[in-house]
Design a protein around this ligand. Structure first.
Ligand code: BUP
Length: 462
C-alpha cells in the first residue's frame, strides 16, 4: 500500500510565509490522490497561523492532523529578539519527538516534506527512520543558491566580514543585498542558515515554489552542480496555487472586496509589506503622501507591529490623521487587519502591487498578472526583488532604505519619489502579460510544474 498511494507527511515550520506554501502543496497533493498528514507546532507565534491551520483542517478533513508542542525559549539566552527565529530554534530542538509521531502514522510514511528552516535537525531524524525526505524551499531559487553556496563562501572568502557573494552560475549578490542577519556569524539565524545549507545534500530532493521561465539561470546552476557539487535534484513546482476553500470569513476581511468591486479593471495598486514588517510611523506617513500624490487608486494594508499578537496597537487615525483619511476616501482604502491577499491580487480591479517582496507575495502577484514595484524591507527580500526583476515580473528600487540599515543611515523614502515610481509601474503595461501566461501555463494540468509534481508523486509510488 505504501507503494501504491503515497503517504506524504508535511513537517511545517513557523510564520505565514512558511506555512502558506506548506498548506498549498499539501492541498494540491491531497487533491491528487496522495494521503497527506500535516505536522504543525504549538503554540503558534501569530494568531494568523493558528486561524489558517484550523481553516485548513476544516476544509480538508481527509488530511491527518499531527501536532507537537514546543517549548518557549529564552530570548536573552539565545541573544535573539526575533520571535520567528526563536521559534525555528525550538522546532529544530524538537526533532526527538518525530519518531513517536511518525511511527504512529498509518499507512507507513512514503516521504517527509521538511521546511528549510528546520532542515539540519529534521532531515537526520527522518533519515534514521528510513523515510525519504524532501525540502520545501519557501523562497526563490536564487535564495536557495545562496543558501547552498554560503558554507563554501564562508570557508573560502578572504575578507574579514561578509562581502559581495558571487554565486557560481547564478549572479553576484552585492553585500548590500545579503540578509543582514548573515553578516554576523554569532547570530542565531546565521547559525541556522549555515547548518541548513550544509544539510541540503542530505535531502532526496528540493522543491521550490518557482518556475523555469522566471529563474532559468539559478535552477540550471543548482541542477548542474555549479553552485555546490553535491546538490540533490531541485524541482521547480511553482506557482503553488492559493487554497480558496479556506478563506477566513468576517467583516474586516470582506470590506476590501466590497470596495474593490466598485473600482475599474486593473486600476488599483495594492500596498502590502507582509506579516513581519512593521514600518516606522514617519515612513508610513511619507508612503501615505506618495499614494495620495500618485493620483492612483489604492488599497493599503498598514502594519506597524511585527507580530499580530503584540499588545501595543496604534489606530489608523493616530498614524495617518483623520484629515488624510478623509482626503483619500474616494480613491483609497486603508486597512489594518489581516486581508486575504491572494484573493485581493486575483481581483480584476488590482493592477499593481507595492510589495516587500516576500516570495509568496511575488508568486501570488505574478500568478494573477499583477506587476510589482518591489520595496524589500529585510531578510531574503533583496534577493527576491532581483529575481523578480530578472524574471520580468516587476521592478525595484535598489536605493530605497531597508530595515537592515542603522537608524541613523536610514533615509526616509520621500512621498514624491514613491509616487513617481508607482506611476512608472502602472504605465509599464508590458510587464504583465508574459508573467501571467507563464505562471498559469506552468500550473495548469499538463504544464511544466504540474508535470514535475506528477513525476515526484510517481517516484514515491515506484
Ligand atoms: Br500581511 C498578509 N494576508 O494580510 P510572504 C499576508 N498574507 O494573506 P512574509 C495574507 O501571507 P513571513 C495578509 O498572501 C503570503 O502568502 C500572503 O508570505 C499572506 O512574506 C503570506 O509574502 C506572506 O513570503 O513571510 O510575510 O515576509 O510571514 O514568514 O514573514
Amino acid at each position: 500500500d505504501r507503494r501504491r498511494t503515497p503517504h506524504i507527511v508535511f513537517l511545517a515550520s513557523s510564520g505565514m510565509g512558511h506555512l502558506n506554501p506548506f498548506l498549498r502543496l499539501a492541498a494540491q497533493l491531497s487533491a491528487r490522490d496522495c494521503r497527506v498528514s500535516l505536522l504543525t507546532t504549538h503554540p503558534t507565534v501569530s494568531a494568523a497561523e493558528e486561524r489558517h491551520v484550523d481553516a485548513f483542517f476544516a476544509a480538508f478533513p481527509g488530511v491527518r492532523r499531527l501536532d507537537i508542542h514546543v517549548p518557549l525559549l529564552d530570548p536573552s539566552e539565545l541573544n535573539c529578539a526575533d520571535p520567528f527565529f526563536l521559534r525555528f530554534e525550538s522546532i529544530r530542538r524538537s526533532a526527538h519527538l518525530l519518531p513517536r509521531v511518525l511511527a504512529d502514522a498509518s499507512p507507513p510514511v512514503s516521504a517527509a516534506i521538511v521546511d528549510i528552516s528546520v532542515a539540519s535537525s529534521y532531515l537526520p531524524a527522518v533519515a534514521e527512520m528510513g523515510i525519504p525526505s524532501y525540502i520545501l524551499f519557501i523562497s526563490c531559487a536564487a535564495m536557495l543558491a545562496l543558501c547552498a553556496y554560503f558554507p563554501t563562501y564562508l570557508a573560502t572568502k578572504n575578507t574579514s566580514g561578509v562581502g559581495d557573494i558571487d554565486i557560481p552560475g547564478v549572479w553576484t549578490v552585492p553585500k548590500s543585498s545579503v540578509p543582514v542577519v548573515l553578516h554576523d556569524q554569532n547570530q542565531l539565524f546565521a547559525k541556522q542558515f549555515l547548518e541548513n545549507g550544509q544539510a541540503l545534500p542530505k535531502a532526496n530532493g528540493i522543491l521550490v515554489n518557482t518556475l523555469h521561465a522566471w529563474e532559468p539561470e539559478a535552477l540550471a546552476a543548482l541542477n548542474e552542480g555549479k553552485v555546490t557539487p553535491d546538490m540533490p535534484p531541485v524541482l521547480a513546482i511553482g506557482p503553488l496555487l492559493p487554497v480558496p476553500a479556506m478563506s477566513v470569513e468576517g467583516e474586516s476581511v470582506s470590506a476590501p472586496f466590497a470596495w474593490l468591486d466598485r473600482q475599474p479593471d486593473r486600476s488599483v495598486v495594492y500596498v502590502g509589506f507582509g506579516n513581519r514588517t512593521g514600518m516606522q510611523a514617519e515612513q508610513i506617513r511619507e508612503l501615505g503622501i506618495g499614494l495620495e500624490r500618485s493620483g492612483l487608486r489604492f488599497l493599503w494594508v498598514v502594519k506597524s507591529k511585527v507580530v499580530d499578537r503584540a499588545e501595543v496597537e496604534v489606530g489608523l487615525e493616530e498614524l495617518l490623521g483623520e484629515e488624510y483619511l478623509a482626503k483619500i476616501k474616494d480613491r483609497g482604502m486603508v486597512v489594518k487587519d489581516w486581508v486575504e491577499q491572494a484573493e485581493i491580487l486575483r481581483h480584476r480591479a488590482v493592477g499593481g502591487f507595492l510589495s516587500h517582496c516576500g516570495w509568496n507575495s511575488v508568486v501570488e502577484a505574478a500568478l494573477y498578472g499583477v506587476r510589482i514595484l518591489g520595496w524589500p524591507m529585510g531578510g531574503d527580500q533583496r534577493v527576491s526583488a532581483e529575481a523578480l526583476a530578472r524574471g520580468g515580473l516587476g521592478i525595484w528600487v535598489e536605493g530605497w532604505s531597508w530595515q537592515a540599515e542603522e537608524e541613523a543611515e536610514k533615509k526616509l523614502v520621500k512621498g514624491e519619489e514613491i509616487s513617481e515610481r508607482l506611476k512608472d509601474l502602472m504605465a509599464a503595461e508590458g510587464l504583465r502579460a508574459s508573467a501571467t501566461t507563464m505562471a498559469a501555463a506552468a500550473a495548469d494540468v499538463g504544464g511544466t510544474s504540474y508535470q514535475v509534481l506528477t513525476h515526484f508523486i510517481e517516484s514515491l509510488t515506484l
